[in-house]
Design a protein. Structure first.
Length: 202
Protein backbone atom coordinates (compact mmCIF):
# COMPACT_ATOMS: atom_id res chain seq x y z
CA UNK A 1 0.00 0.00 0.00
CA UNK A 2 1.38 3.40 -0.96
CA UNK A 3 0.77 6.46 1.20
CA UNK A 4 0.98 9.78 -0.61
CA UNK A 5 3.94 11.87 0.53
CA UNK A 6 6.11 8.98 1.75
CA UNK A 7 9.02 7.56 -0.23
CA UNK A 8 9.49 4.68 2.20
CA UNK A 9 6.78 2.51 3.68
CA UNK A 10 5.56 3.98 7.00
CA UNK A 11 4.30 1.88 9.89
CA UNK A 12 0.61 1.16 9.38
CA UNK A 13 -2.04 -0.01 11.83
CA UNK A 14 -4.46 -2.89 11.26
CA UNK A 15 -6.73 -0.66 9.17
CA UNK A 16 -3.92 0.53 6.91
CA UNK A 17 -3.57 4.01 8.40
CA UNK A 18 -0.30 5.68 9.33
CA UNK A 19 0.22 5.20 13.05
CA UNK A 20 0.00 8.25 15.28
CA UNK A 21 3.60 8.06 16.45
CA UNK A 22 4.81 8.47 12.86
CA UNK A 23 3.90 12.17 12.87
CA UNK A 24 6.93 14.17 13.97
CA UNK A 25 7.97 17.83 13.95
CA UNK A 26 9.94 18.91 10.91
CA UNK A 27 13.48 20.19 11.46
CA UNK A 28 14.00 23.91 10.82
CA UNK A 29 17.02 24.41 8.55
CA UNK A 30 16.67 28.17 8.07
CA UNK A 31 14.32 30.85 9.44
CA UNK A 32 14.41 34.32 7.85
CA UNK A 33 12.29 37.33 8.79
CA UNK A 34 11.15 38.76 5.47
CA UNK A 35 9.18 41.80 6.58
CA UNK A 36 7.68 43.55 9.59
CA UNK A 37 4.00 44.37 9.12
CA UNK A 38 3.33 46.03 12.49
CA UNK A 39 0.93 43.43 13.90
CA UNK A 40 3.01 40.47 12.70
CA UNK A 41 6.35 39.57 11.08
CA UNK A 42 6.47 37.51 7.90
CA UNK A 43 8.96 34.63 8.10
CA UNK A 44 10.23 32.31 5.38
CA UNK A 45 11.49 28.96 6.65
CA UNK A 46 13.18 25.94 5.14
CA UNK A 47 12.19 22.73 6.91
CA UNK A 48 13.03 19.07 6.47
CA UNK A 49 10.73 16.11 7.01
CA UNK A 50 12.21 13.63 9.52
CA UNK A 51 10.58 10.75 7.65
CA UNK A 52 11.33 11.48 3.99
CA UNK A 53 14.24 13.94 4.39
CA UNK A 54 12.55 16.16 1.81
CA UNK A 55 13.00 19.91 2.28
CA UNK A 56 10.41 22.56 1.60
CA UNK A 57 10.09 26.35 1.84
CA UNK A 58 7.17 27.67 3.85
CA UNK A 59 5.85 31.00 5.14
CA UNK A 60 4.45 31.75 8.59
CA UNK A 61 3.30 34.87 10.41
CA UNK A 62 4.94 35.56 13.76
CA UNK A 63 2.28 37.34 15.80
CA UNK A 64 1.66 38.23 19.42
CA UNK A 65 -1.04 36.22 21.13
CA UNK A 66 -4.62 37.48 20.94
CA UNK A 67 -7.47 37.67 23.42
CA UNK A 68 -11.27 37.81 23.13
CA UNK A 69 -13.61 38.54 26.01
CA UNK A 70 -17.37 38.10 26.45
CA UNK A 71 -18.58 40.91 28.74
CA UNK A 72 -21.83 40.10 30.55
CA UNK A 73 -23.72 42.87 32.33
CA UNK A 74 -25.36 42.58 35.74
CA UNK A 75 -28.70 42.16 33.96
CA UNK A 76 -27.30 39.28 31.89
CA UNK A 77 -26.86 41.06 28.55
CA UNK A 78 -23.87 40.49 26.29
CA UNK A 79 -21.85 43.60 25.34
CA UNK A 80 -21.15 43.51 21.60
CA UNK A 81 -19.30 45.81 19.24
CA UNK A 82 -19.52 46.74 15.57
CA UNK A 83 -16.49 47.81 13.61
CA UNK A 84 -15.27 48.00 10.03
CA UNK A 85 -12.78 45.29 9.08
CA UNK A 86 -10.33 46.00 6.25
CA UNK A 87 -9.71 42.32 5.49
CA UNK A 88 -13.23 41.66 4.23
CA UNK A 89 -14.16 45.31 3.60
CA UNK A 90 -17.28 44.95 5.74
CA UNK A 91 -18.67 45.81 9.17
CA UNK A 92 -18.63 42.91 11.62
CA UNK A 93 -20.32 42.17 14.94
CA UNK A 94 -17.82 41.00 17.54
CA UNK A 95 -16.88 40.96 21.20
CA UNK A 96 -14.00 43.09 22.52
CA UNK A 97 -10.50 41.79 21.92
CA UNK A 98 -7.07 42.46 20.53
CA UNK A 99 -3.35 41.84 20.83
CA UNK A 100 -1.82 40.90 24.17
CA UNK A 101 0.98 43.32 24.96
CA UNK A 102 4.46 42.13 25.94
CA UNK A 103 4.51 40.94 29.56
CA UNK A 104 0.73 41.25 29.88
CA UNK A 105 -1.38 38.38 31.23
CA UNK A 106 -4.14 37.30 28.82
CA UNK A 107 -6.99 37.93 31.28
CA UNK A 108 -5.75 41.41 32.11
CA UNK A 109 -5.33 42.13 28.40
CA UNK A 110 -8.93 41.08 27.78
CA UNK A 111 -10.23 43.34 30.54
CA UNK A 112 -8.14 46.23 29.22
CA UNK A 113 -9.37 45.75 25.66
CA UNK A 114 -12.97 45.57 26.85
CA UNK A 115 -12.79 48.78 28.85
CA UNK A 116 -10.90 50.64 26.11
CA UNK A 117 -13.28 49.56 23.36
CA UNK A 118 -16.59 49.71 25.24
CA UNK A 119 -16.19 51.64 28.50
CA UNK A 120 -17.54 48.63 30.44
CA UNK A 121 -15.72 47.32 33.53
CA UNK A 122 -16.20 44.86 36.37
CA UNK A 123 -14.46 44.46 39.72
CA UNK A 124 -14.51 40.70 39.12
CA UNK A 125 -11.67 38.94 37.34
CA UNK A 126 -12.21 37.59 33.84
CA UNK A 127 -12.53 33.79 33.67
CA UNK A 128 -10.69 31.77 31.03
CA UNK A 129 -13.04 29.81 28.77
CA UNK A 130 -10.43 28.23 26.50
CA UNK A 131 -7.69 28.87 23.99
CA UNK A 132 -7.23 28.05 20.32
CA UNK A 133 -4.62 28.28 17.59
CA UNK A 134 -6.34 30.63 15.08
CA UNK A 135 -4.76 29.06 11.98
CA UNK A 136 -1.74 26.82 12.65
CA UNK A 137 -1.12 26.45 8.91
CA UNK A 138 0.59 29.84 8.84
CA UNK A 139 0.08 31.58 12.22
CA UNK A 140 2.15 30.76 15.30
CA UNK A 141 0.04 32.44 17.98
CA UNK A 142 -2.71 31.57 20.46
CA UNK A 143 -6.10 33.21 20.99
CA UNK A 144 -7.44 33.18 24.56
CA UNK A 145 -11.19 33.46 25.20
CA UNK A 146 -12.55 34.88 28.46
CA UNK A 147 -15.89 35.75 30.03
CA UNK A 148 -16.18 38.82 32.28
CA UNK A 149 -19.25 38.88 34.49
CA UNK A 150 -21.14 41.81 36.01
CA UNK A 151 -19.67 44.53 33.83
CA UNK A 152 -21.20 48.00 33.80
CA UNK A 153 -20.61 51.16 31.83
CA UNK A 154 -18.20 53.35 33.80
CA UNK A 155 -16.39 55.52 31.25
CA UNK A 156 -16.13 56.69 27.67
CA UNK A 157 -14.33 54.64 25.06
CA UNK A 158 -10.55 55.03 24.78
CA UNK A 159 -9.95 54.02 21.17
CA UNK A 160 -6.82 53.83 19.04
CA UNK A 161 -6.35 56.46 16.33
CA UNK A 162 -8.01 54.49 13.54
CA UNK A 163 -10.59 52.60 15.60
CA UNK A 164 -14.29 53.34 15.11
CA UNK A 165 -16.42 51.10 17.34
CA UNK A 166 -20.12 51.10 18.12
CA UNK A 167 -21.18 49.41 21.36
CA UNK A 168 -24.53 47.76 22.08
CA UNK A 169 -26.09 45.10 24.30
CA UNK A 170 -28.05 41.99 23.37
CA UNK A 171 -29.65 39.28 25.48
CA UNK A 172 -28.13 35.80 25.34
CA UNK A 173 -31.09 34.40 23.33
CA UNK A 174 -30.65 37.26 20.86
CA UNK A 175 -26.93 36.49 20.55
CA UNK A 176 -27.70 32.82 19.87
CA UNK A 177 -30.11 33.86 17.13
CA UNK A 178 -27.53 36.22 15.62
CA UNK A 179 -25.03 33.34 15.50
CA UNK A 180 -27.51 30.96 13.89
CA UNK A 181 -28.44 33.58 11.29
CA UNK A 182 -24.79 34.24 10.47
CA UNK A 183 -24.91 37.82 11.69
CA UNK A 184 -22.02 36.99 14.02
CA UNK A 185 -19.50 35.18 11.81
CA UNK A 186 -16.03 36.16 13.05
CA UNK A 187 -14.41 32.77 13.66
CA UNK A 188 -12.57 33.74 16.86
CA UNK A 189 -15.72 35.33 18.31
CA UNK A 190 -17.55 32.10 17.54
CA UNK A 191 -14.74 30.21 19.31
CA UNK A 192 -15.38 32.22 22.47
CA UNK A 193 -19.12 31.54 22.36
CA UNK A 194 -18.44 27.86 21.61
CA UNK A 195 -16.44 27.58 24.82
CA UNK A 196 -19.07 29.57 26.70
CA UNK A 197 -21.90 27.32 25.51
CA UNK A 198 -19.90 24.20 26.34
CA UNK A 199 -19.58 25.44 29.91
CA UNK A 200 -23.08 26.86 30.33
CA UNK A 201 -25.29 25.04 27.83
CA UNK A 202 -26.73 26.39 24.60
Amino acid sequence: MNVIGFEKQPLLDAKGFVTENMIKNWKTIEDTKVENCKIFDIHRVIRKSPDTNKQGTFVYLDSSNWVNIIPITKSGNIVLIKQYRHGIDEITIEIPGGLIEAGEKPGIAGQRECTEETGYFSNESAVLLGKTTPNPAFLNNICYSYVWNNVELIQKQNLDTNEEITVFEKSLPEVKEMILKGEINHSLVLDAFFFYFLSNGF
